[in-house]
Design a protein around this ligand. Structure first.
Ligand SMILES: Nc1ncnc2c1ncn2[C@@H]1O[C@H](COP(=O)(O)OP(=O)(O)OP(=O)(O)O)[C@@H](O)[C@H]1O
Ligand SMILES: [Mg+2]
Length: 166
């Protein structure tokens, strides 16, 4: 059954991830999302199993600072099932970024599983500007730790924070 299109409600999108740290590929997707939806919520996953470089608190603080001039970008944290969080926030859309074909298989699985868990929620995929397609948080951390330059690939604030960490 296809539901009737919604009327009068604001479009709210959730952009979930670990953002450890946020980089310009993420920033690009968030800016695109902010133009497309009434509100985009950057939802930082509280994942106790991973050993992150930045604490969840630090990641929230950094992302808030980066988007402080964009009133329709919100930064929040979540744990548990993503679809439950999406519903709690009265959102309708999950935004995911696609960098390369290698992202596709996993993203496709997740989108279909989430569709099965809650058929009212749509997953929307967005491509970043080409110059950001090869960036990942893991690669940023690795290159920085080995003394490589990440300038232009992350917000200036992230570059500063990386310097303080290492
Ligand atoms: N360079 C990029 N361009 C577009 N989307 C991206 C980019 N990097 C990550 N994303 C997307 O951002 C979302 C959050 O991803 P995540 O927090 O895992 O970032 P990541 O850079 O992949 O980090 P990690 O290396 O730790 O996996 C995912 O939908 C992911 O596909
Ligand atoms: Mg990733």
């Amino acid at each position: 059954m296809i539901n009737k299109p919604r009327e009068h409600t604001k479009s709210i999108a959730i952009y979930p991830g670990s953002f450890d740290p946020i980089h310009n590929g993420h920033v690009d997707i968030i800016m695109r999302g902010a133009r497309l939806f009434d509100r985009i919520i950057v939802a930082i996953l509280v994942n106790l199993e991973k050993a992150p470089l930045f604490t969840v608190g630090e990641r929230v603080e950094i992302a808030r600072a980066v988007f402080k001039t964009l009133p329709n970008v919100e930064v929040d944290t979540f744990d548990g099932l993503l679809v439950d969080y999406v519903e709690r926030r009265h959102a309708q859309v999950i935004v995911r970024g696609l960098r390369a074909v290698s992202d596709f298989e996993f993203e496709f699985q997740m989108a279909l599983m989430n569709q099965r868990l809650n058929s009212n929620i749509e997953t929307v995929f967005m491509m970043p500007a080409e110059k950001y397609t090869y960036i990942s948080s893991r690669l940023i951390k690795e290159v920085f730790a080995l003394g490589g330059r990440v300038h232009g690939l992350v917000p200036d604030l992230v570059e500063q924070r990386l310097r303080q960490k290492v």
